[in-house]
Design a protein around this ligand. Structure first.
Ligand SMILES: [Zn+2]
Length: 338
């Protein structure tokens, strides 16, 4: 995967139409057993700090490799299209896309969920849950030998620090931000989770989340996703996206920020090919090539919708108070009052 990303980086840096539209960077290097693993980012489109931003990440959990592969696939298509598609070039004059396809390169290469320090990057922020979390799974600080270890809560791991800096550099002043982090795991359905993880209380931007959900449901009535607050599954300590949300809210209270997590249901892949249960990464990834390609295709619709929804964000992010109240009520009914 790192070689594939380097290849995309070279494609961007060549003299050609992409050179002025895309910025390829190495955010940092993670050193593990004497070897350096780079964290790459690609920034496409507007350099106006106020403009809306879509922030895409994959491979936070190294073992869930399909997330990094999906981020790579969306990025590759976008770069290929940018060369000839004038409507896409036009779109990117007013919005920005940041893609960090592989946040945890050590985990990816070593088939580990955690990073090289055995820290679960998804649970490494200083945010503490205020409602009950499941034992261990909800994040813990007992031992790095047990999964879901949070690490030192006063210090973000190198990978999360790189993510944090890039996030606030590119999204810190944006009027409207959507982030989407690609994961895979148990379950038959593809789920889109939004905050909070640390509390069961309704999330501050729930009315806007409801407005965007209504728009998505109306535009794509046959979409495959179950959209719900993370707290409907289980609560977490140290959730990194809760942390980014709370930090952005403190520094830029006017901004509308929706942190989304796509949790791709892996049971469907396992059911169709039970043998993959015996492979190390089989519980989390499609092991057959055609199923991986289908996974790529499946999420292009969502990606395209999010780009357009950011371009036209006033429709759902700048709600008149009466309409906002209606979305609040409808979201409460949809997600919190069952
Ligand atoms: Zn995950």
């Amino acid at each position: 995967m790192l070689d594939d990303l380097k290849k995309l980086g070279r494609m961007v840096d060549q003299d050609g139409p992409l050179k002025n539209l895309v910025h390829f960077e190495t955010l940092n290097q993670v050193v593990y057993k004497g070897e350096a693993y780079p964290i790459f980012s690609f920034t496409i489109g507007s350099e106006n700090p106020l403009h809306p931003t879509l922030f895409i990440t994959g491979g936070v959990h190294g073992l869930e490799r399909v997330g990094a592969q999906l981020a790579w696939s969306l990025l590759k298509t976008t770069l290929d299209r940018l060369i000839w598609d004038k409507s896409l070039q036009e779109l990117f004059k007013n919005i920005r896309l940041v893609v960090i396809p592989l946040v945890n390169p050590v985990g990816y290469n070593k088939f580990k969920r955690c990073n090289g320090n055995d820290v679960d990057l998804m649970r490494n922020s200083p945010v503490r849950a205020i409602d009950k979390t499941p034992f261990l799974l909800g994040g813990h600080r007992y031992s790095k030998k047990i999964p879901w270890f949070q690490g030192d809560l006063n210090q973000l791991e190198v990978e999360n620090k790189a993510l944090y800096d890039k996030f606030f550099q590119s999204c810190g002043k944006s009027t409207c931000v959507v982030s989407i982090d690609f994961h895979s795991g148990f379950g038959m359905k593809d789920r889109i989770w939004f905050p909070f993880s640390y509390s069961k209380k309704p999330y501050d931007r729930m009315p806007e989340m409801n407005a965007l959900t209504v728009l998505f449901n109306e535009t794509h009535p046959y979409h495959v996703y179950k959209i719900e607050p993370q707290s409907q599954g289980y609560l977490l300590n140290g959730d990194i996206w809760d942390y980014f949300f709370l930090e952005l809210k403190a520094s830029n209270p006017e901004s509308i920020y929706l942190p989304l997590t796509l949790e791709m249901g892996s049971w469907a892949w396992v059911r169709k090919n039970p043998l993959q249960l015996f492979s190390k990464q089989g519980m989390f990834n499609p092991t057959k090539e055609h199923r991986l390609k289908r996974t790529y295709r499946r999420h292009h619709l969502l990606f395209d919708f999010l780009l357009k929804a950011l371009y036209s964000n006033s429709v759902w992010s700048n709600l008149d108070p009466n309409i906002r109240q209606k979305h609040f009520n409808s979201g409460m009914e949809r997600w919190y009052e069952q």
